[in-house]
Design a protein around this ligand. Sequence first.
Ligand SMILES: [Zn+2]
Length: 592
Amino acid sequence: MRYSDEIIEEVRSRNDIVDVVGQYVHLQKKGANYFGLCPFHNEKSGSFSVSGHKQMYYCFGCGAGGNVITFLMKYDNLTFQEAVKQLADRAGVKLPDEDNSEAAKAMRDKKQILLDINKEAAKYYYYQLRSPNGQKGMEYFRGRKLSDETMQHFGLGFSNVTSDDLVQHLRKLGYKDAQIIEAGLASHDEKFGTHDKFWNRVMFPIQDASQKVIGFGGRVLGDGKPKYLNSPETPIFDKSRNLFGLNYAKNSRAGYMIICEGYMDVIAMHQAGFTMAVASLGTAFTTGQAMILKRYTDEVILSYDSDEAGTKAALRGIGILKEAGVKGKVLNLKPYKDPDEFIKNEGRDAFEERIRNAESTFFFETRILQEQHDMSDPESKTEFHRQLAKKLCEFEEALERENYIEAVAARYNIAVDDLRRLVASYAAKGGMVKPAERPRSGIQQKRSPEDGARKNQRLLLTWLTDEPNIYPKVSRWVKPEDFSDDLYRNVATKLFMGLENGNFSPAAILDNFTDEEEHRQVAEMFNTNLIDIETKEQRRKAFHDIIVGVRQAGYERQKKELKPDDPEFLNKTIQGKKEMERLLKADISPDD
Ligand SMILES: [Zn+2]
């Protein structure tokens, strides 16, 4: 359902961004803005700012930004429409009833259509599993000792051996081949036309935190390849930011979460009552997933297979948890391979016991390190001690480091003073701690002259939103056409228009965009500040420089676009040149 601009504007303006964000992030007032710890990247100092004046948020650390609608979209993984709906409910704004006409359907947000297709597919697979066609799938799940209730709870299904029945079914519901392909459920080639992506597989619907089906995992029956097949990334399915089982695990009150390798592990654990289990989605555990877990818990237990690959995955997972600032532990499942097998053989009480005895990630790492060294060989043993000392250097806090030095000395039978000296010598050599790596915003940032021009444009847009009264002085020299890309020009046009008519609202400008990435970029345009401006003279100079910078770049570009056979060519060139000369000499100040 697409809402009118007026409704969106009303919903947005009746939800103050400071109130809404304040429900999720602890904010403190600093000057005109509020600051807190960014919920979208891991940090210790608050670079996440919320402006009541602009009704926008912006993170100076990772560049996340937008208005109150974007915030909810990103925080709760909602579509634009869902975020509007949630905010309307919050503010008591009545939304128009959903329109089911064909025309309205066509207008619906693309993401919503992909969600609808995935939902219909989940229903279809679910039905197939319970029909005669799905007997083989049913036998598989029963063989894995899943109860009917569990199968229903996870919406498990089956894609049968016919290679285009889902496509046929979805076409009947009115969806186009291109949409079905975009939803990741079909492929197209010359030989077979549009055909199902999944067939002869038991199907695991993947739901996001708010229960919507966003993709599937399918396990083949028999020896087909690949054994597990997952939906590709789509506009609604970002593998690095979702976890299987999170929709249920987020409500578990265990105080910790368990991350395991596969769908079957999660399902077996939930069936046994361990509803805090989640799995990454056919890819390695990512920082994005760790940040999502951090919203619900501060302790994550890694439960990977007890083989070499599992150990490697655990070591990697430990690094990711550290980076995200989440406390980690590692579960030992030996002699069994995975949680599913362990629970089947030893029962839930024994599993619970293993959870209680889960090893801290630090001692898991040192144990693996010890296994790689021969303790009967003095040379190898010394090397092991050196490695321990190096690892101990990673603790930033003196007290914590000291506690670990004592624990390690006791565990590995090393004289505590010797170990302390060794740690001190490594610390002196290599610096105490490794700098924490800052998560990337996902966008590659390249530096070019274009970036310099854009920086000036951002500085000017921010200045205009911070001090709207400078507008007449700016518009005397700069026009929206001077802004370089489409997005910048579009935003400048709207801001200039608003300032011209006296209805200034940067957050409303964002309502023209529904894409998160565009919101981020627009938020950046309104949050680029100059630092080190103290005197009035510095302000005057900066103001002049920025206006010259923006106008100059605009002038250069317009000059290139002029055609020499344009009858006005000479006139325009000369006029532009003259105007630049006047601007360079002009005495313009933001203050009077
Ligand atoms: Zn951030």
